[in-house]
Design a protein around this ligand. Structure first.
Ligand code: ADP
Ligand code: MG
Length: 267
């Protein structure tokens, strides 16, 4: 039986084989993120931050101090350094997320370092000692991460033009989806979440900033896309892009005035 299958595979024409592989890839479900995939995701987040460094910095130049892109690249460079130095035998999902938090806290100054740093540190506790992340773990770690961001941010709530404007609705939506569909996999879940997170980023444009540096601008912070909300979207999106076999995206077109993201292309 196996031999017959192998023979068929061997002699089958190439286009058929490619089509079969594409079919298999689009149909395959992903129920867990294992440690190798998680490390790949972290590496891809660094690549995505590099590819969007100028864009994120432009967004921050408009309503902040023009360092968000630089901060994110520097932070994830440190994360990858820490993760790659770690003894592979000790590296599980919890440890990888813990090192992510530590790396960001160590080298990123300003708001984003403590915010993202504590987000990953608190999230890591939800998968301590675990080799893989399930969909339910993912919801739990997002919830813990969101709680940390809100606390570190000084009681940040939705509508204040920050990363919470993406994190909170995304976390709520994930919980809602999981409660309706118990056995949902990452591909279906993130397939729905990524466009939703994108909408959440765009929704920050008309808002007036009430937290962080941008809040000093008052009314003038309106009509600009929030940099932190944008990097949060890119992080979530990179989970999905990596699971799909890609690396992530670069914002290739945006509105000069508002920074509104218009077009993304794979990196
Ligand atoms: P800094 O503002 O110190 O220069 P960054 O430019 O790296 O730090 O990050 C700015 C982003 O941090 C903002 O776009 C916003 O999304 C997020 N942020 C700032 N303050 C807060 C806060 N109090 N709560 C939640 N997020 C915040
Ligand atoms: Mg800044």
């Amino acid at each position: 039986m196996v031999m017959v299958f192998n023979t068929v595979k061997f002699i089958s024409p190439k286009p058929f084989r490619i089509r079969l592989r594409v079919l298999m890839m689009t149909e395959s479900k992903v129920h867990v993120i294992d440690i190798n995939t998680l490390v790949k995701i972290l590496n891809n987040i660094l690549e995505v931050m590099k590819a969007n460094e100028k864009y994120l910095t432009k967004l921050d130049a408009d309503i902040g101090d023009a360092d968000h892109g630089i901060n994110m690249v520097r932070g994830f460079q440190k994360v990858i350094e820490l993760v790659s130095k770690e003894n592979p035998a000790k590296l599980d999902a919890g440890r990888a997320l813990q090192l992510t938090g530590m790396g960001l806290l160590q080298v990123v100054g300003g708001a984003a370092g403590p915010l993202y740093g504590m987000m990953f540190l608190e999230a890591s506790k939800k998968v301590q000692g675990k080799k893989e992340i399930t969909v339910k773990d993912f919801a739990a770690l997002l919830e813990a991460g969101l709680k940390a961001v809100k606390m570190v941010g000084g009681g940040t709530v939705v509508g204040e033009k920050t990363m919470v404007d993406v994190l909170e609705p995304v976390t709520a939506r994930i919980k809602e989806i999981i409660s309706k569909k118990d056995n949902i996999d990452f591909m279906e879940l993130l397939g729905e979440i990524v466009p939703f997170a994108r909408e959440c980023v765009l929704n920050t444009i008309p808002l007036q900033a009430r937290k962080g540096r941008a809040s000093y601008l008052g009314e003038r912070s309106k009509n600009h896309q929030d940099p932190g909300a944008t990097s949060t979207y890119l992080i979530i999106r990179t989970f999905y892009d990596t699971l799909k076999g890609g690396r992530g995206v670069r914002i290739s077109e945006y509105d000069q005035e508002t920074g509104r993201l218009l077009k993304e292309e794979p990196i």
